[in-house]
Design a protein around this ligand. Structure first.
Ligand code: SAH
Ligand code: SF4
Length: 390
């Protein structure tokens, strides 16, 4: 059963024929604009006659996909992470990062992930199911609405939450098109992060959608990378480099390389040399981030001095480099180790009792707030710490 943001306009109009029967055609346009331009719940569309609003409120194709299960804030409220329950009980997480005038949302493309990367909490938790287009788009709409209500415009979307976007290709590409076409986000501000699904990269290159591609590289020699990222055995570095070059050629957009610095694993002089050799021919930009330790893997993130040294040497080798750590532990966790970090039972009361066994760093002062089964975009993130047991 499709949800509110699943269907294209033609299909949604058809699905709503019973509810819209006898109404003039512009009513559907008002509804579509309400959903995508005004980020509104159909019940809020005052321009629609009351009786129609009531019919639409009962219409199955307009049911929301997400219901808020818990909320976490960090960085004095600038960062907010939501845990959403989907209609079948699967759970995904979404993170909104607010900057002075704009905001970025990090969305999930799958519930869980089947790729099994050793260092990733989502990978450690396994795969639950694919998300639909509507379940992806609704995460963005939710975040855009919260951002707007706090005076920031949602400008960027990154597919760096749970799941491997290119392993859920059709729904992800339809979501990208909808975000661009209906929500009006620039394709240049949409980023797909992949662990390296080579056929997916080639296919995406041919979509005529110049979205940014981030490759989660982490190691640039095949034996180390295969030990961290099992998929590397199937599509090793040579095929990845060729796919990245093809992507850049087709879209005019250079690929960026994600590198989570792991203590003693990929922060060595040899690892650095290998990274330079991989990045240079692609003229790729490197994003460094210290690994967030996860419960299922013993390695720690590189210490700050080594991160700084690694970044400096990359820069000296002529590789454009960014260190992503300004939003601290909470954000790094947000994008990549979502599910496992939901909460510890001790810190988060009921929200932690979901059997996830995750851990939540105390350093950031994060607080989970538990929502009481609300659905649809929330007016504002609630700040009541009532259900936190810190
Ligand atoms: N599956 C896609 C997108 C989701 S993961 C991918 O792998 O690219 C988003 C990013 O978080 C990836 O770059 C991933 O390597 C990174 N990541 C995963 N676990 C992490 C951890 N424990 N610490 C830091 N980054 C992590
Ligand atoms: Fe999946 Fe990405 Fe995590 Fe690997 S890093 S397990 S691909 S979410």
């Amino acid at each position: 059963m499709p949800s509110r943001y699943d269907l294209d306009p033609e299909a949604l109009a058809r699905a709503l024929e019973p509810a819209l029967d006898g109404e003039p055609p512009y009513r559907f346009r008002q509804l579509w604009d309400g959903l995508y331009r005004r980020l509104a719940d159909p019940s809020e569309l005052q321009e629609l006659p009351r009786a129609l609003r009531v019919r639409l409120a009962d219409a199955d194709p307009l049911r929301p996909a997400l219901s808020l299960a818990a909320e976490l804030e960090a960085d004095a409220g600038a960062t907010v992470k939501w845990l959403f329950a989907l209609r079948d009980g699967a759970e995904v997480e979404t993170v909104l990062m607010r900057y002075p005038n704009r905001a970025t949302v990090c969305v999930s493309s799958q519930a869980g992930c089947a790729m099994g990367c050793t260092f990733c909490a989502t990978g450690q938790g396994g795969f639950s199911r694919q998300l639909t287009t509507g379940e992806i788009v609704e995460q963005v709409v939710w975040a855009a609405r919260v951002a707007r209500d706090s005076g920031a415009r949602l400008s960027n979307v990154v597919f760096m939450g749970m799941g491997e976007p290119l392993a859920n290709y059709g729904p992800v590409v339809r979501a990208l098109r909808r975000l661009h076409g209906a929500l009006g986000l620039s394709a240049r501000h949409l980023t797909v992060s992949t662990v390296g699904v080579v056929p997916g990269i080639h296919r995406l290159a041919a979509e005529g959608l110049p979205v940014k591609l981030a490759l989660s590289l982490h190691a640039a020699n095949d034996s180390l990378r295969s030990s961290l990222v099992p998929l590397n055995a199937r599509w090793p570095l040579e095929s990845l480099a060729a796919a990245c070059a093809a992507y850049a050629g087709a879209t005019g957009r250079r690929v960026s390389l994600e590198w989570a610095l792991m203590d003693g694993v990929n922060d060595t002089p040899t690892a650095l040399e290998e990274l330079v050799a991989f990045a240079r021919p692609l003229a790729a930009h490197v994003n460094l981030i210290p690994l967030n330790p996860t419960p299922g893997w013993p390695v720690l993130g590189s210490p700050p001095a080594r991160v700084a040294g690694f970044a400096a040497r990359l820069g000296a080798a002529g590789i454009a480099t960014t260190v992503r750590q300004t939003r601290g532990v909470a954000i790094a966790a947000a994008c990549g180790q979502l599910a496992m970090r939901s909460a510890t039972p001790a810190r988060a009361g009921r929200g932690g009792a979901r059997g996830r066994g995750g851990h939540l760093s105390g350093q950031t002062g994060d607080i989970w707030n538990l929502a009481s089964g609300s659905t649809g975009p929330s007016p504002r993130p609630s700040r009541t710490p009532s259900s936190s047991s810190t």
